[in-house]
Design a protein around this ligand. Structure first.
Ligand code: ADP
Length: 187
């Protein structure tokens, strides 16, 4: 399976990506997690990404694209992958095509996990209390949702136009959502 997982912040992409990764035996590749690990480790990449993340803005494409390209070239991604949080704008989607073309493979499916703004805002504010993520404050959440609406949401039309889009309702019990996703991917 070669898949991208789309959906607003707080839709549950990270949780579901981990489950799908196990179910399908492919690595879940989360650009947000890779950035956070680099911030934590104080690497040059982390130092570059941090200010954008804290503001709820996208890290510049040149940085993100190079990071994803390198990750997809690793051995464990050869037989498949699930990208969580990438692509996040049309330019990244075009770049992903080019990366996959260079690797001689193609996407099988683009899965959109849907959830309404009120629900995801409530989830993110709750997560802020539990995990203390630097970007889970109310103004930054608002900004991330705005970036999603402006830059990332157009990707659903992009993938729908290619016949690759499946939409899955992200509301409800975690196991139920996983079951819906598995069914959608196996369609
Ligand atoms: P969420 O989906 O909840 O906003 P992520 O962990 O996916 O959380 O992303 C956190 C932050 O990492 C983003 O706000 C952004 O700054 C950065 N980031 C993640 N993926 C990308 C990407 N594909 N392009 C640019 N920036 C990204």
């Amino acid at each position: 399976m070669r898949a991208v997982l789309l959906g607003p912040p707080g839709a549950g992409k990270g949780t579901q990506a981990a489950r799908l990764s196990e179910r399908f035996g492919v690595p879940a590749i989360s650009t947000g997690d890779i950035f956070r690990a680099n911030v934590k480790g104080g690497t040059p990449l982390g130092r570059r990404a941090q200010e954008y993340m804290n503001a709820g803005a996208l890290v510049p494409d040149e940085v993100t694209n190079a990071m994803v390209r390198a990750r997809l070239e690793e051995d464990d991604a050869a037989a498949g992958f699930l990208l969580d949080g990438y692509p996040r704008n049309p330019e990244q989607a075009v770049e992903l095509d080019s990366m996959l073309g260079d690797l001689g493979v193609a996407l099988d499916v683009a899965i959109e996990l849907t959830a309404d703004v009120d629900e995801v805002t409530a989830r993110l504010l709750k997560r802020a209390e539990i995990e203390g993520r630097a970007d889970d404050t109310e103004p930054v959440i608002r900004k991330r949702l705005e970036v999603y609406a402006t830059s990332t949401a157009p990707l659903t039309a992009f993938y729908a136009g290619r016949g690759l889009l499946v939409q899955v309702d992200g509301l409800g019990d975690i196991d139920e959502v996983t079951a819906r996703l598995v069914a959608a991917v196996a369609r």
